[in-house]
Design a protein around this ligand. Structure first.
Ligand code: SF4
Length: 256
């Protein structure tokens, strides 16, 4: 009999590309510099030190694996499409895994959407200021990569976030799913943003100097203790981060 949890973990675990050190993924765009610094510096260890238990990120991965099955076989649609641009800036390759890629060759439009299994609060925040969200930039970087690939030159883009709310209240008739259409930025602007991120990361890596801790840690109250949810639940490099010490945090909760 297979171990179900182990099998889900093996099938859904995010695998870093180890073919080169300087690989920046579209999803890293929304990270703080410290997270990207730790990922680039330790990505070989992150692969071998994966959590042996399912966690919040496992849920998202399983959701995406399900969508792969749902959309497979549909004409002009690809899911989890991997794309890459070589040497975008100072030997950095930029890669992306696109959740949903649809192409209309007659109208020359490419439809990109990212699927998020999330809470309503996340949708509210994205709609309030979607340009401040990593989700927004992830799609812009995907669009940047595709529009620099020969076979997609001349295509226009339609970008959207598809939010699936796991806490929608059916008694209040709240929608479980919502499509948020996004503005499409010029490639020059996206490139400048990428260069800002990559040049700063280069500086920290060359000097082997850790960037400052993350600005937002998404604190929530457990009993009367503040717990940094981002560090605790959503950060794959928390065990490498000197700003976060789970043991002392848990201790402070127990002591309370
Ligand atoms: S543990 Fe917290 S402060 Fe450290 S990199 Fe992760 S999210 Fe940022």
């Amino acid at each position: 009999m297979i171990n179900i949890e182990e099998h889900i973990l093996d099938s859904s675990l995010y695998k870093y590309d180890l073919t080169k050190d300087k690989i920046f993924t579209a999803s890293m765009f929304g990270n703080d510099d410290i997270q990207n610094f730790l990922i680039i510096k330790h990505k070989k260890d992150i692969v071998s030190n994966r959590s042996s238990k399912t966690d919040q990120s496992t849920l998202g991965s399983v959701f995406h694996r399900g969508l792969e099955v749902i959309f497979s076989g549909i004409e002009n649609v690809e899911v989890e499409k991997k794309v890459r641009l070589i040497n975008v800036y100072n030997d950095w390759d930029v890669t992306a895994t696109i959740d949903y890629f649809g192409i209309d060759n007659d109208k020359k439009i490419i439809y990109l959407s990212d699927h998020k299994l999330t809470k309503k609060f996340s949708g509210i925040m994205v709609k309030k200021d979607y340009e401040a969200s990593g989700y927004f930039w992830q799609l812009q970087v995907q669009k940047f990569i595709l529009s620099n690939i020969e076979e997609y030159k001349g295509y226009s883009f339609d970008l959207a976030l598809n939010m699936f709310y796991k806490d929608a209240n059916s008694a209040l008739d709240e929608p479980v799913q919502e499509r948020i259409a996004l503005d499409v930025l010029d490639n020059e602007f996206i490139y400048d943003k990428l260069v800002d991120k990559l040049s700063l990361l280069d500086l920290y890596l060359e000097q082997d100097k850790e960037p400052p801790e993350c600005e937002q840690k998404w604190f929530r109250k457990i009993n009367r203790t503040s717990v940094p949810t981002k560090c605790e639940t959503y950060c794959s490099v928390n065990y490498l981060c000197r700003y976060y010490n789970k043991k002392s945090m848990v201790q402070s909760i127990k002591d309370f």
